[in-house]
Ligand binder design. Structure first.
Ligand code: DC
Length: 234
C-alpha cells in the first residue's frame, strides 16, 4: 500500500521550492526529495574526477558508480555522495553552474530519474526540482509550479549566500541566476516547463508561511489526499 501521495514541486531557482518542499513534507509526515541536490552531487563528483560537462561517456560511467543518498539531520537533510557528506560542497556558486551544465546531459538525467523513481515509488514524498512533475512522476497525485519575479528570486539567493558568509554581488547573482534559468529552460532533454496539470503558485511578495498555507489548502482539498487513512504515514 502507498505510504502517501507523490507531490511534485517544480520551478526556476529561487522560487522557494526547497524551503517549501521541506516544510510541506514535515507538515504531512512525508519525505522531501531535493532532486537538484542530486545533480549538484554529480557535479562535485565530475569535478573531482576531471570529467567535463560535455563528456557524456565519462559522465555515464561516473553516474553508474555513484551512490547518492539523503539522510535526515535535525531540521534538514544531509546529502551523501558515496557515503561522504557533501551538503556544503554542493552549494557553491561554481557547483550551481556546473550542476546546470551536467544536468543537460541525457545520460546523467536517465541515471538520476531512475534513482528518483526508485526512492519515491512507495509514496509519501514531496519531490522538488525542474522536471519532477513532467519526467520523473508524470502521474504524480499533485503537482505544483512555483514562480517569482527574477528580481525577487535573485534577491533571495543573494540573501541566502550572504547569510552563509559568502561575498557576492547582488547584480551578479541575479545575472547568474538568469543565465542558469535560460540554460535549464532551453536544454534539449527535459527542459524546465510547467506541466499542464500543475497548480501555479506565484510566491512574489508572499511570506513562506503564506505560501505554505496556500499549498496545504490545495493538498487538503485534493481527492486523493482525502481518501488516505488519517494516521500519519511515518
Ligand atoms: O535546484 P538547484 O538549483 O539545486 O538545481 C541545480 C541544477 O540542477 C539546476 O541548474 C538544474 C538542475 N536540475 C535539473 O535539471 N532537474 C531537476 N529535477 C533539478 C535540478
Amino acid at each position: 500500500m502507498k505510504k502517501g501521495l507523490i507531490i511534485t514541486i517544480d520551478g526556476p531557482s529561487g522560487a522557494g521550492k526547497s524551503t517549501l518542499s521541506r516544510l510541506l513534507a514535515k507538515k504531512l509526515g512525508y519525505i522531501s526529495m531535493d532532486t537538484g541536490a542530486m545533480y549538484r552531487a554529480v557535479a562535485v563528483a565530475a569535478e573531482r574526477h576531471g570529467i567535463g560537462p560535455d563528456d557524456a561517456t565519462g559522465l555515464k560511467a561516473l553516474c553508474d558508480g555513484l551512490e547518492i543518498r539523503f539522510e535526515r539531520d535535525g531540521q534538514g537533510e544531509k546529502v551523501l555522495l558515496n557515503g561522504e557528506d557533501v551538503s556544503q560542497a554542493i552549494r557553491t556558486p561554481e557547483m550551481s553552474l556546473l550542476s546546470s551544465a551536467v544536468s543537460a546531459c541525457r545520460e546523467v538525467r536517465v541515471a538520476m530519474v531512475r534513482l528518483q523513481r526508485e526512492m519515491g515509488a512507495e509514496g509519501g514524498y514531496v519531490l522538488e526540482g525542474r522536471d519532477t512533475g513532467t519526467a520523473v512522476f508524470p502521474d504524480a497525485d499533485l503537482k505544483f509550479f512555483l514562480l517569482a519575479t527574477p528580481e525577487e528570486r535573485g534577491r533571495r539567493r543573494f540573501l541566502e549566500l550572504t547569510a552563509k558568509g559568502e561575498k557576492v554581488d547582488l547584480q551578479r547573482t541575479i545575472e547568474e541566476m538568469a543565465a542558469r534559468d535560460k540554460a535549464d529552460s532551453e536544454r534539449e532533454h527535459s527542459p524546465l516547463v510547467r506541466a499542464e496539470d500543475a497548480v501555479a503558485v506565484d510566491t512574489t511578495g508572499l511570506s513562506i508561511d503564506e505560501v505554505l498555507d496556500k499549498m496545504l489548502n490545495i493538498v487538503c482539498s485534493n481527492p486523493a489526499f482525502r481518501s488516505l487513512p488519517t494516521e500519519p504515514v511515518r
